[in-house]
Design a protein around this ligand. Structure first.
Ligand SMILES: Cc1ncc(COP(=O)(O)O)c(C=O)c1O
Length: 365
């Protein structure tokens, strides 16, 4: 068989029709696209920590001498140290190659062909990408005008037989706002799996981790990509009911966490205080950036509890502003969907990059 049409028939229908997740490109790809030196690129599109990881990470990676041995498939030490960091028990924790992998594992645990998954819009699009890939059906519920959950809308679409998982992002990406614990409890009381994605927890300091012991249907997601500066090494984790964790360990690839990611994690934990000081700097820089953005006529920044700020462009569409910024080597996020056409999302970078962004926006608007 050597023809594409023939081979395509063998691919699962939901995969044949799948659209790729629009991920963020690295600086060298962006640099080539706009013909600007890589060093000049201001990368504010991925909510990464531009202060980088703890210097202890590189030391730990350089010192280690057994990369030829596979990692522990049961993640014994990794789960213990993660549990200590998160304030929970080892048997509730599973680590993934980024929290993205845990999202995929959750869907594979609970969602079959034709089952429904609920998420909120505007929101993080990876939930629907993975749902589509396994043949599930994503039901996207619009947030209200203050970007809060309208619970009546949730009640109206939840189908106890068909709905398997609800995703809520706390604080929400890309809007940056929080949801109340009451909202989380109301979702939990629907009796389906509820995933609260706390990818930006270290910036918001807001969590519903306290609810985990009381709700077997709650899963919390966290990551080391954002606060810890380890996006390139891939480490995230889920905290959940011990039975669910055990089943997840069964379906995950045995060696999903590289030794490099694991070592980087221990080094980060040893140097936690210093790394969290960088988080404080980003939070205070976010507040200064917010004020500077507020002063730009035609731009309305939305208050944020994370390391990014969503901004509404009053006259004109977000894509134009995105493209004008890109020409100047400044890369932010623009989403081509009905909710966010008039918006851009800017990650909080280093002070110099943030100033370049503000200057460029003043020129453009
Ligand atoms: C809300 C949310 N969840 C999960 C992720 C995935 O993070 P990672 O796979 O790097 O842990 C992101 C990254 O942008 C995110 O914004």
């Amino acid at each position: 068989m050597n023809n594409n049409l023939e081979i395509a028939k063998l691919v699962l229908p939901q995969v044949r029709d799948a659209k790729p997740y629009a991920g963020v490109d690295p600086p060298e790809v962006l640099a080539e696209r706009v013909g600007i030196a890589k060093e000049k690129i201001v990368k504010l599109n991925g909510n990464e920590n531009l202060y980088g990881p703890s210097p202890k990470v590189a030391e730990a990676l350089a010192e280690y001498g057994a990369y030829h041995i596979y990692p522990d498939p049961r993640q014994t030490k990794l789960r213990r140290v993660l549990a200590e960091y998160a304030g929970t028990q080892d048997e509730r924790v599973v680590a993934g190659a980024g929290s993205d992998e845990i999202i995929d594992l959750i869907l594979r645990l609970f969602v079959g062909l034709g089952d429904e998954v609920i998420s909120f819009a505007p929101g993080f699009e990876m939930y629907s990408t993975f749902t589509d890939l396994i043949g599930g059906s994503m039901v996207s519920i619009p947030l209200d005008e203050t970007f809060d959950v309208d619970f009546d809308k949730v009640r109206a679409v939840v189908d106890k037989g068909k709905t398997k998982v609800i995703f809520l992002t706390l604080p929400n990406n890309p809007t940056g706002n929080l949801f109340s614990e009451d909202t989380v409890r109301s979702l939990l009381d629907l009796g389906v799996m509820v995933v609260v994605d706390e990818a930006y927890y270290e910036f918001s300091k807001t969590t519903v981790m306290n609810l985990v012991p009381n709700y077997a249907n709650l899963i919390i997601l966290r990551t080391f990509s954002k606060w810890a500066g380890l996006a390139g090494l891939r480490l995230g984790y889920g905290v959940m009911d011990p039975y669910v964790a055990e089943r997840m360990l069964v379906i995950k690839p045995p060696y999903n966490i590289s030794i490099a990611a694991e070592l980087a994690f221990y080094a980060t934990i040893e140097d936690k205080e210093a790394q969290l000081l960088k988080v404080d700097k980003i939070v205070s820089e976010r507040d200064s950036l917010f004020t500077a953005l507020q002063r730009i006529a035609g731009l309305v920044p939305i208050p944020s509890h994370a390391n990014f700020i969503l901004c509404r462009i009053q006259n004109g569409n977000g894509l134009q502003v995105y493209e004008e910024l890109a020409k100047r080597g400044v890369f932010v996020r623009h989403y081509n969907n009905q909710y966010l056409r008039d918006y851009i999302r800017v990650s909080v970078g280093l002070p110099e990059g943030n100033s370049i962004l503000v200057q460029a926006l003043k020129e453009i608007l």
